[in-house]
Each structure stands twice: as structure tokens, then as C-alpha cells.
Design a protein around this ligand. Structure first.
Ligand code: SF4
Length: 348
């Protein structure tokens, strides 16, 4: 899938991650013999690239498949099909999806995931020192306990934690501080790519802003690359260089952040944007209420999966699958009428 350069807001390098036609189908087993009766196609043929130093936002309603996609990329769950090409520091590309367990262990330090819930994602029985040191020890990056402690202190300082709290346990910290611990842990093996799965969703708005600013500062300092998964579009707009929109396991639109927010080309994106609170008190947005629920990924509708909820749907939409098409430089959409519809962006 060809894609244009990301906007030059910061140092964007070569392609670091290329996801090709990725699928994750969960079998539906029924009956006494647990025979497979069908599949939930949580991720169904997704392709995109992320460049070094870039933040790629991934949005969609709950059930769109974005978290499953993120977990497949770090091999937290096994993809069903497709390739996840990842460029290692020496320039060699590996297919994360095809690595055996031993090979996966060797490259795992280069990518990490930050989870949504800072309360349950940290082991309550481990001290901050052990939580942050664990990936250092597991990857045998340092063995001397003094050096490990120094590295943990350095990481705590980087994420704004008091280094005196090294031996405290997670329950002694607030939600924002716990997420900082999670971020320090993810930085410990000096990864190239961090997958942030709803990393600020569970936090208060003021704390969200602090964590987003921290992530941006760390990205600038360590040239990190982020896949930022979130349902909150204003958060995604703030942090992302480019954004992909998922619906029922598929990408339906992909563009640089400004184009996607000012000039969406897919009716689903338009509806999501209409729900973003406006920053201009003069503008009163009419929210587009989508009828019905997200389609069932085990039995999606024919043609365009979005057609039962789409206010622009025509006859062809129920019978023919729309092609993934470039509608402007670096702007892709899967809609039969992407070139013709005059859709509203955010704040319009
Ligand atoms: Fe709506 Fe048809 Fe476009 Fe699908 S292809 S988003 S139903 S207009």
C-alpha cells in the first residue's frame, strides 16, 4: 500500500514497522466436541506503515479491533495471517509474525506495550524497583545490581517520579504516577517502538495532559516511535502525526492528522469527528448519531460493512466492497463515494 511522507512536524525517519494484510480470526467453537462453527474476524486484512519517530494514531469504536491489532503487533496474541515487518537497529528487517519463541525473545526488547489500566497492569507484590528492573533483567541488559538500581533511578527521574520512592509498592501511587511507572518500565530496554493501548483513558483530564506531554518529551529525547491506540479523538489529534480509522477489523481511512480532522473522506470518520467537543465556543456541532451497533465481526454485513449505519449509503454499498483508494496525497479511504461526498471535519 503506497503512502506519502508524514508531515514534517519532527524528525521522521525510515519505515520502522510495516504491517501487511494482518488478520486475527478467533474461532467460534460450539457443541460437545467444540467444533469450529465460524470465526470472529477481529482484525481482517489491515496494512499500514509507521516511520521512525512518528506517532501513528489508531481510532475506532469499542469492538473495532484496534486493541487486538496492537496486541498482534507485539505478539501478545498470535496473528492468524499476514506480516509484521520490523526494522532492527542493525537495519535487518524481521517478520514479527513469523518468529519462533526463541527468536521472538531476542527481539522483544525493541518493542513494548503500555496498557490502559495503570491499576491492574502493575504487579501489586513488586516494588517499583523490581517492576522497572524486570525487563532489564529478563533481557540480560545489566547484571550488576548497583548498575540496575542506577538505571532504574535514571528512568524514574526521566518520567518525573521521585527516586526516593524506589522501594515503594504500586498501591502507594496515584493513577498518573502508576502510568509513569508503566512508562519507565517500557523504556527500560531502550525500545524503538511503543504501542500505547488507551494509555491515558483511565486518567483524569489534567493528568492525561501531563502524560501526553511526557510521552512527547520522551519521544523527542529517545526518538521513539508510537502506535497510539485510543477511542478519544481529541487525544489522538493532539499526539498523532497520522491517523488510521478502524471499523469491524478493517482500516476505513488513513491520513495525516490535519487532513483527517479537517477533511475526512469516510462517513464513519465524519460521524466520529462530530462527537469531538469543539474548542471554538462560536461553533455548535450537530452530532451525527449512528443508528444501531458496530457490526458483528463474526457475521459482517455484505458490501461495505458500514452501510447499515451510513446516511449516504446507496444501492451499490450493500453489494460491493469498496476499494481502498488514495483520494489525496497520503490520504486513503474505503468508500465508493469518497471523492464525491462533502463531509464535515471537526469544528465544522
Ligand atoms: Fe457509506 Fe457507501 Fe461509503 Fe460505505 S461505501 S461508507 S455505505 S457511502
Amino acid at each position: 500500500m503506497p503512502e506519502a511522507e508524514a508531515p514534517n512536524r519532527k524528525q521522521i525517519g525510515e519505515v520502522l514497522l510495516e504491517v501487511r494484510d494482518l488478520k486475527k480470526h478467533f474461532p467460534i467453537e460450539k457443541g460437545f466436541f467444540r467444533s469450529v462453527q465460524g470465526h470472529v474476524k477481529a482484525v481482517d486484512g489491515v496494512s499500514f506503515t509507521i516511520r521512525e519517530g512518528e506517532t501513528f494514531g489508531l481510532v475506532g469504536e469499542s469492538g473495532s479491533g484496534k486493541t487486538t491489532l496492537g496486541r498482534c503487533i507485539v505478539r501478545g496474541i498470535e496473528p492468524t495471517d499476514g506480516e509484521i515487518l520490523f526494522r532492527l537497529p542493525d537495519g535487518e528487517a524481521v517478520d514479527i509474525a513469523a518468529l519462533d519463541k526463541k527468536a521472538l525473545r531476542q527481539v522483544r526488547k525493541h518493542f513494548h506495550m503500555i496498557f490502559q489500566d495503570p491499576y491492574s497492569s502493575l504487579d501489586p507484590r513488586m516494588s517499583v524497583l523490581d517492576i522497572i528492573a524486570e525487563p532489564i533483567r529478563n533481557n540480560k541488559l545489566l547484571s550488576d545490581s548497583r548498575e540496575i538500581q542506577d538505571r532504574v533511578r535514571e528512568l524514574m527521574d526521566k518520567v518525573g517520579l521521585d527516586i526516593q520512592h524506589l522501594n515503594r509498592y504500586p498501591h502507594a501511587f496515584s493513577g498518573g504516577q502508576r502510568q509513569r511507572i508503566g512508562i519507565a518500565r517500557s523504556l527500560a530496554p531502550s525500545p524503538l517502538l511503543i504501542v500505547c493501548d488507551e494509555a491515558v483513558s483511565a486518567l483524569d483530564v489534567s493528568i492525561q495532559a501531563q502524560i501526553l506531554n511526557l510521552l512527547e518529551d520522551l519521544q523527542a529525547e529517545f526518538n521513539l516511535t508510537f502506535l497510539f491506540i485510543a477511542h478519544d479523538l481529541s487525544v489522538v489529534e493532539h499526539i498523532s502525526d497520522r491517523v488510521g480509522v478502524m471499523y469491524v477489523g478493517q482500516l476505513v481511512e488513513l491520513a495525516d492528522t490535519e487532513s483527517l480532522f479537517t477533511s475526512p473522506k469516510h462517513p464513519y470518520t465524519e460521524a466520529l469527528l462530530s462527537a469531538v467537543p469543539t474548542t471554538d465556543p462560536e461553533i455548535k456541532m450537530d452530532r451525527i448519531i449512528l443508528p444501531g451497533e458496530v457490526a458483528n465481526p463474526a457475521a459482517p454485513p455484505s458490501g461495505c460493512y458500514f452501510h447499515p449505519r451510513c446516511r449516504y449509503a446507496q444501492e451499490i454499498c450493500a453489494t460491493e466492497t469498496p476499494e481502498w483508494t488514495q483520494v489525496a496525497a497520503g490520504h486513503f479511504a474505503a468508500c465508493h463515494f469518497a471523492d464525491e461526498l462533502a463531509l464535515r471535519g471537526a469544528d465544522q
